[in-house]
Write a protein that binds this ligand. Sequence first.
Ligand code: GDP
Length: 455
Amino acid sequence: MVLAELGGSISRAIQQMSNATIIDEKALNECLNEITRALLQSDVQFKLVRDMQTNIKKIVNLDDLAAGHNKRRIIQQAIFNELCKMLDPGKPSFIPKKGKTSVVMFVGLQGSGKTTTCTKYAYYHQKKGWKPALVCADTFRAGAFDQLKQNATKAKIPFYGSYMESDPVKIAEEGVERFKKENCDLIIVDTSGRHKQEAALFEEMRQVAEATKPDLVIFVMDSSIGQAAFDQAQAFKQSVAVGAVIVTKMDGHAKGGGALSAVAATKSPVIFIGTGEHMDEFEVFDVKPFVSRLLGMGDLSGFMDKIQEVVPMDQQPELLQMLSEGTFTLRIMYEQFQNLLKMGPIGQVIFVFSMLPGFSSELMPKGREKESQAKIKRYMTMMDSMTNEELDSTNPKLMNESRMMRIARGSGRPLRDVMEMLDEYKRLAKVWSKMKGLKIPKKGEMSALSRNMNA
Ligand code: GDP
C-alpha cells in the first residue's frame, strides 16, 4: 500500500468511527482493526502494530471519558501519537553545519539509490547556500562515476572521481583532500555497493571510513524491502558507525510504511526520504509533520518552511499577517494564485495552501498539474471580472446570484464555473481561518516557530 493510500485508509477509519452515533467499544475496535489491516498491508511488523493497538486501548478508556469529552479528538490524538512513536527515528549522531567542513560518507547496497541520493543531498544543501562537493569512490559498479558526474554537472556541483584508479580508498582520500582545500563545507563520499551484504563490502566501507574519517555515515536503503529493512539496517549498523539513514523510493512502493517503521525500530535516525527519481524529489523526514500529512491533518512546520521558500521575501510578513488575522478574501486568493503561477514549472512547486492543515490536494493533485494550472487560470479570469468590493469583502452573503451572473457574463464562463470557483474559495477560507492567532515570527525565527507549532 503506497503511503498516500495508507494515510487515506487510516483517515477513513477514523472518519467512519466519528460518523457512528455513539463511539463505543465496538466502534473503536472496528476503527483499530481497519488501521491494523492497513498497516499490515504496508508490511509493518505485526508486533509493532499489535503494540500500537494495545497502547491506544490503554490510553483511550471509553468508560472513563465523561460525556462532553470529544472522544473522536482523543482517539485521533492517541492514534497520531502512537504512529509518531512507531516511526520516531531518533536523532542523527552528527548534524553538519553550514560554513564548517564536514565529510559525509554514503553507504548502502547496489541499486538502493545511493548515487542518486548523494546528489539529491548535495543539491538540497546547495539550494540552502552550502558549498557541497561529490566524491565518487564507487569503483565496483561500472558506470557509477559517469552517473555521478552527469548528476553533479546537471546540478553544478563540483565532483571528483577517476576512470583509471581502481582503489576506492585512494580516490576517496584524494577527493576529500582536494575539496577541503577548496573550502567546501559538505564533502559527500559515494562508496561502492554490492548486491547483498557481504564481507568484501563491509571491509571496503571500513577502509574508506578509516581513510576519510567521516563526520557522518549515512546508510541509504530502498523502501521496497519493507520490514526486511530491520535486518539490513542492523547489519550495516554493526559494520560501520551509521549515524543517519535515508530511505529511498517512498513514492509508489507498497511497503514504505513497513520500511520506515522497521528502520525506526533499529533506532537508526531517518533524516530524509526519497520520493522520486528527480533531484528535488527528496524530503526532510520529520516524524510529526510526516504523520500529520499522512493523516491529512496538514503540516504546519512544512508550511512555514515553504512560505520561506516560495513566497517572495518582501511578501512574507504581509502573508503571515493576513494568516494570523484569519481573514481570507478573494483578493488574497487571487494573489496567491499569481504567486503560484509565477513559481515556474508547476509540478515542482507545492502550493503553500496544500501545506495547511485540512487542505486536501483537490486543487492540485499530483500528476495532474497541467489541468490544475488551467483551472487556476480559469478562476483568475473570473476574478478579473469582479469589483474591488467583491474582491475585498469578508461577507459571504455578498456574492448573490445577480453578481455571479454578471461575473459569468464578464468572463465568458458558465455560471457553474463561477459557483465552483466560489466553492473553492470557501473551502480555502475555512482552512485559512484555522491559522487565526498564528504568532508572527521575527526575522530568523521561522524554523523555531514551525517546530513549536508541531510540538
Ligand atoms: P545505487 O546503485 O545505490 O547507486 O543506485 P542508483 O542511485 O543508481 O539508483 C538506482 C535506481 O533507483 C535508479 O534508477 C534511480 O533513478 C532510482 N531511484 C533512486 N532513488 C529513488 C526514489 O526515491 N524514487 C524512485 N522512484 N526511484 C529512485
